[in-house]
Design a protein around this ligand. Structure first.
Ligand code: ATP
Length: 231
């Protein structure tokens, strides 16, 4: 059986604290570190271990056994020097996956050069997601897969209610792929139609679409927008 990965979160600001809490909610083991005793106290009953230490101090990091974690998230926005030092120390110690938060693109570039597995820009990423969400009306979720391409969750456009998937010609007309259909319950019985799964991950050409269904669609942003907007 594959062993569950263990995590450390260094820097318990809003972002770091939310990462640590969410990992714990998923049943994962988290070592939370901050040099501010109040932050550590606030987290102590929510994570597996919460430790007050200066993470730029290699000996302190060793003392808490950081080299045993599989993934470390360094979430220190201000003070890029501290981030750099901590990231370098973690990598020298052989922590297999280091993820670092950056506030500016310059910071991100420096962290990438150090060889971190991933740089996250929480504010920028939230802003981009919001803007994408606003640009394509009605969509419920938007996940950018590559520049210009996305997986979106959208209510079935009303013009397709009652049609078979193949009759809609969505794929050929819009160059997008319907990868799943979330089923609306039968309007009369309130049950899922024909014993089907609530989420149909293998949509077939003869699947019937009904008002209230939700589609998961992959494609180029402009094509997704066309699909959603055309009457
Ligand atoms: P957010 O926006 O997520 O709230 P932030 O970018 O404002 O966070 P900072 O205030 O820069 O975050 O730092 C995040 C946390 O990192 C703080 O709680 C701070 O005490 C902690 N921190 C800063 N330097 C160190 C360090 N050398 N060792 C351990 N913790 C540190």
């Amino acid at each position: 059986m594959r062993q569950t990965r263990t995590f450390a979160v260094i820097g318990l600001g809003r972002f770091g604290a939310a990462v640590a809490e969410t990992l714990v909610e998923q049943g994962l083991e988290v070592l939370a570190i901050d040099n501010d005793g109040d932050k550590v106290d606030q987290m102590s009953d929510r994570v597996t271990h919460a430790v007050q230490c200066d993470a730029t101090d290699e000996r302190a990091l060793r003392a808490v056994g950081i080299e045993n974690v599989d993934v470390a998230v360094v979430s220190i926005g201000e003070g890029i020097e501290a981030s750099i030092l901590i990231v370098m120390t973690l990598m020298d110690m052989g922590v297999p996956e280091v993820i670092a938060k950056a506030v500016t693109v310059k910071q991100g570039k420096v962290l990438e050069k150090l060889g971190v597995a991933r740089v996250v820009y929480p504010e920028r990423e939230a802003a981009v997601r919001l803007a994408h969400g606003l640009a394509i009306p009605n969509q419920l979720e938007h996940l950018e897969l590559a520049k210009g391409f996305a997986l979106v969750e959208m209510p079935l456009p009303s013009r397709y209610g009652g049609m078979l998937l193949r009759e809609t010609m969505i794929r050929s007309r819009y160059d997008v792929n319907v990868v799943a259909i979330k089923r609306a319950p039968d309007p009369i019985t309130g049950q899922q139609p024909g014993g089907q799964e609530e989420v149909n991950f293998q949509p077939a050409p003869d699947d019937l679409l009904r008002d209230g269904d939700v589609l998961l669609v992959i494609g180029h942003e402009t094509d997704l927008k066309r699909l959603q907007e055309e009457a």
